[in-house]
Each structure stands twice: as structure tokens, then as C-alpha cells.
Design a protein around this ligand. Structure first.
Ligand SMILES: NC(=O)c1ccc[n+]([C@@H]2O[C@H](COP(=O)([O-])OP(=O)(O)OC[C@H]3O[C@@H](n4cnc5c(N)ncnc54)[C@H](O)[C@@H]3O)[C@@H](O)[C@H]2O)c1
Length: 263
């Protein structure tokens, strides 16, 4: 018997696996014993492991890439729909059709094509994990296209979970907080970094490895009864306000005793 959380013998596809969170998921799944194929628009920096060039916004490309994995490896067990673009900082007044279309084509349609063709091929008991975001759960200014696309990912995760439950295929999403990846660190002087540090209850940004650990758990045999869940990996952001200034009600005395005003 393989060990706890082993992915030995599993065949996985990770979209957007050439960088950031996706690359950390690839590394972690391989360490857990899975055969992992990276499906990305860009090749990974190292040439180890399998790579297929895919633009996830194209249904044909996603469908053919997943078919090719099954032809080569005989099955598909795990699919992580991680590829995404992050056009934050665009207010309604600056939003263009081109930004809106590309954001939804990649983040929403890309995830849908993955689920559509992944579910056609996944083994019973298979796993799908989608990447949402904390901004898909909470409103933020200047995030309309991106935040709405990630809210759509959270919602379609639940729809897919219901459709695939009879085949014991689980569909879950991870909603990361701000994570130190090239998409965040690659912006010179990115003001998001100090801002997110100050607003994240745990006082820091997350790492790709911390998101990968959640993806690993959701893809493990042990997570077989968890489906339709949106799991924040965000240092407490989605838990609520970190500060709430309040006055003790007059019914509570300084020693903590409750005095009912009616008695
Ligand atoms: N970094 C964060 O703070 C953060 C927070 C919440 C959610 N996310 C989400 O996590 C996922 C990964 O983000 P990241 O920060 O690692 O990004 P990243 O930019 O470091 O990596 C994204 C990868 O996706 C690939 N990609 C982009 N468009 C593609 C397309 N059309 N087809 C195929 N591949 C494509 C890129 O080539 C790249 O390898 C994204 O969905 C992102 O929205 C990231």
C-alpha cells in the first residue's frame, strides 16, 4: 500500500505549470509520485518532465492536449486548471472589450474547457482543482475583470462538482491570497506587495508551495468526500475584518457577568 497522500501511479495535467503556483504544484505532485504533464502557453524553464504547448482559451487545443495525455499514459487522474492572467488595477472607466474578453477567455473559458474535456477522460475517483482567488470571494476596486472571472471560477466549480459527483470525481477550487509568484514579484515596485502584507491577518504574502500543499491534499485519495469546496489559502483574508472597534455592552460588567436589564 502506498503511503498517506501518495500520488504514486496517478497521471496529472497542470495547466500554467511553467511558472509560479503551477510550477510548485508540478514539483509537489512529482515528489508525491505522480506523472505530471505541464500544459502551458510557454515552456517551463527546465526541460525535465513532459510539456505540451496549449493556450487554454482554445477548446480544440485543450481537448487535443488531454487526449494526447491519455493516448500516451493510458489514463488521466488529476487535472489542475491553474493557467490564468491577472489584469488587476483596471477600473471600470478603463475597462476595454479586449481586456475583458481575454480575461474571461483564459480564466473562465479555459477552466471550463479543462473541466469539459477533463471530465470526458478522467478515471472514476478523479480530481479537478481550479484556481480561483480571494478577489473572487471579496469585492476589490480596480479588479472587475479579474475578480469577476475568479468569482465565476468559484461558482462553476460548484456546478461541476454536482455534475461529476455520481462518478466520484471531485471538483474543488483554491482561493489564494496574494502569493509571491512572477505575476506579483515581476511588477517593478509592485504596490500590491506592501499593501497585501499590511492587510493580510498573518502579516505576510503566501508562497507557491503553500498553495501547492492544498492542491496536493485536494488531489489525494484522502480527500475523496470533499467536493464543491472553495478553499482559501490566504493567511486569513477571507475570514473577515481583522479589526472591528467595539464597546462592551452595558449588560456585561467588568468581571464578565451578564446583567439582564429586564430583571
Ligand atoms: N499569485 C497570486 O497572488 C495569485 C492569487 C490568487 C490567484 N492566483 C491564480 O493562480 C494561478 C497561477 O498564478 P501565478 O501567480 O502562478 O501566475 P504566473 O503568471 O506566475 O503563471 C501563470 C502561468 O499560466 C500560463 N498561462 C497564462 N495564460 C495561459 C494560457 N492562455 N494558456 C496556457 N497557459 C497560460 C503562463 O504562461 C504561466 O506559466 C492563476 O490562475 C492566478 O489567477 C494567483
Amino acid at each position: 500500500m502506498s503511503g498517506f497522500f501518495s500520488l504514486a501511479g496517478k497521471v496529472a495535467v497542470v495547466t500554467g505549470g511553467s511558472s509560479g503556483i503551477g510550477a510548485a504544484i508540478v514539483m509537489r505532485f512529482r515528489a508525491a509520485g505522480a506523472i505530471v504533464v505541464i500544459a502551458d502557453r510557454l515552456a517551463p524553464p527546465d526541460e525535465d518532465g513532459e510539456f505540451v504547448r496549449v493556450d487554454v482559451s482554445s477548446e480544440d487545443e485543450v481537448s487535443s492536449a488531454l487526449d494526447a495525455v491519455v493516448v500516451k499514459h493510458g489514463k488521466l487522474d488529476l487535472l489542475v486548471n491553474n493557467a490564468g492572467i491577472q489584469p488587476l488595477g483596471v477600473r471600470f472607466e478603463d475597462l476595454t472589450e479586449s481586456v475583458l474578453r481575454r480575461t474571461f477567455d483564459v480564466n473562465v473559458n479555459g477552466t471550463i474547457w479543462g473541466i469539459k474535456h477533463g471530465s470526458r477522460l478522467l478515471s472514476p475517483g478523479g480530481r479537478i482543482v481550479n484556481l480561483s482567488s480571494f478577489v473572487g470571494l471579496l469585492g476589490v476596486p480596480a479588479g472587475t475583470a479579474y475578480a469577476a472571472s475568479k468569482a465565476a471560477v468559484a461558482h462553476l466549480t460548484k456546478c461541476a462538482a454536482l455534475e461529476l459527483a455520481p462518478r466520484a470525481i471531485t471538483v474543488n477550487a483554491i482561493a489564494p491570497g496574494t502569493i509571491l509568484t512572477p505575476a506579483v514579484e515581476g511588477i517593478p515596485g509592485n504596490p500590491e506587495i506592501p499593501f497585501a502584507e499590511s492587510r493580510t491577518p498573518m502579516g505576510r504574502l503566501g508562497t507557491p508551495a503553500e498553495v501547492a500543499a492544498a492542491a496536493h491534499f485536494l488531489c489525494s485519495d484522502e480527500a475523496s468526500f470533499i467536493t464543491g469546496v472553495i478553499l482559501p489559502v490566504d493567511g486569513g483574508i477571507a475570514a473577515g475584518w481583522e479589526r472591528y472597534d467595539l464597546t462592551l455592552p452595558s449588560e456585561i460588567s467588568s468581571d464578565g457577568t451578564w446583567h439582564d436589564p429586564e430583571s
